[in-house]
Design a protein around this ligand. Sequence first.
Ligand code: ADP
Ligand code: MG
Length: 699
Amino acid sequence: MMKIVPEYFGSMVFDDLSMRARLPEETYKAMKKTIRDGKHLDPDIANIVANAMKDWAVEKGATHYTHWFQPMTGITAEKHDSFILPASDGSVIFDFSGKELVRGEPDASSFPSGGLRATFEARGYTAWDPTSYAFIKEGILCIPTAFCSYGGEALDKKTPLLRSMEAINRQTMRVLKLFGNDEITSVKTTVGPEQEYFLIDKEMYNKRKDLIFTGRTLFGASPPKGQELNDHYFGSIKPRVLEYMKELNEELWKLGVLAKTEHNEASPAQHELAPIFTTTNIATDHNQLTMEIMQKVAKKHGLVCLLHEKPFEGVNGSGKHNNWSISDNTGTNLFEPGETPHENAQFLLFLCAVIKAVDDYQDLLRVSVATAGNDHRLGSGEAPPAIISMFLGDELSEILDAIENDTPYGGKEKVLMKVGVHTLPRFPKDTTDRNRTSPFAFTGNKFEFRMVGSADSIACANIMLNTAVAQSLMEFADRLEGCSDFKAELQSLIKDCVKKHKRIIFNGNGYNGEWVSEAVKNRGLLNLRTTPDCLPYLVSAKNIKLFKTHGVYSETEIRSRYEIILENYCKTINIEALTMIDMVNKDILPSVSLFVKTLCETVSAKKSVSQTAEYDYEEKLIKRLSADTDMMFERAAGLLKSLCETKSIEDVLERANSFKDNIIPKMRELRTAADDAERVTFAKHWPYPSYGELLFGVR
Ligand code: ADP
Ligand code: MG
């Protein structure tokens, strides 16, 4: 019989409950303090914790442990070591020391370091992040760790994320003190990432080199039906998919992942899973785990889970909505509009901090979601445009308007909004008709950043968001600390902030073409369409200063990320282009040619029966397909030539731009010819499963 959920939830996690049960009280207390204060663990305590953790893991069937970390590849890394230790009598015992728990030394040399390796030591070390619990995955005790070089440079995504959480904590605490919140000792940002994905049949997947090598289809004529009937979104879930979701939930629950909501998404074969929000670094770990488990469980069900941002042309791609907020140590959400004028004043100030951050650091938010895959989504009418703007809703916008202009606000009894004196009206939370086209929306008590790509780690988006908001709060605290009339200064600060940053607020339809010209021409907002367009902003003087000020990235670290992201962009498109050339030359051309041969044979056969036989269909098709094959052959050769030229470009930004300007258009032309051929080729002769089969194949 299946266990009931509460019994196995978190059963594979060495969480607070397990620690309390297995650690001596003193050790448990010391451990809690370490987690709370983010301090280093005393070596004696580490030994006791390691031993208890090992006993727990071995009881659960684990034989190995690994430091589980998040290098800049965007996925997680692990290297397994067994617990065995030779004993003096020739046998072995299971052993795990505090030292092994706290620190590991994987060879860093094969992970992307974007030049950091050249300047610093090749070796790196991993250090336990005790704020994220250890867990068992497939018989391996996984210890969540940060990954740094010996020079102290972050080689991963977790270290800067933790630093950004510290930065926002520091500045938020300054602001909270100004409002007299003396009982609050710390704040953490919280995140609930909604994860979109596609599920397709594994057998069909195995027949497509493009899916295998690149995670997306590089060819494929549109099927007769796409998503136009809106019959998949929230539709009833097919039994095979339900079985998958059930097992996925069970596996995630065992790992303590708060998987909560599941539904079908807009495209056929597309689905979504949303967890309950939690502290940002844990949410990030959990999202990485979720993506991994999604793919593993799918295989068991004869399915493949595609996390690519745009696996199929013509239907929606996948993203990840990063729901973000700040919560204090008493559990209060700082973006929950309050009941009293005092609480409202604080809420408005925090709201302004985000408005300012999103406007001042539009470029960084855009950079935080920049990948070759996500470039297909942003601005293509299915996802937010590449322009960053912010949705607040009419009510909140009107309030800010009233404050900015000293105009009366309200229903019948209009009043002049005095911050800290008047109460805000209650605004509706999460109304169903709320704007879904905005890249950054206030949804009642949290912000939803909708531009993150489905395959991407959420670390980067949250690093940027936390740091940018920390900067706003720092400037606010600088201005408000020590001012003589707090309320008056607050009112004028909010007024100034709205005046300066209201250009970022846009409540209209972000998919509308007019918005693009309004945003760019009238408001001066950035429209950074592609990865190479936005990456130079990452290393601008303004942004390097931001990261340095808050201790989130050193200049070297930020430059290394610039390299890595651009290199990765180039490599991704290079693999895609090579895959296309391979598919055309080895599969598509020979297949179409064989089909043309059968058509020719039909013509000859018809002619041999009668001189006056009609072979209009065959002749026209032979001509059309011959034109297509000639084009494909030529275009594949042209693509290969351009690829060689592009790859030889030394400067990484120049190379990335050449991939964008020279390679991508040629890939498109090659695809057009192949897709045309697919439309009229006998299905049995086409070498790959069609879009129709892929998208509607899971029944
Ligand atoms: P929708 O699909 O309508 O955007 P969902 O309810 O599916 O909304 O997802 C909302 C997400 O926001 C969930 O993951 C939820 O846990 C998360 N969330 C709710 N409150 C907060 C908060 N205070 N901080 C961060 N995330 C939150
Ligand atoms: Mg959402």
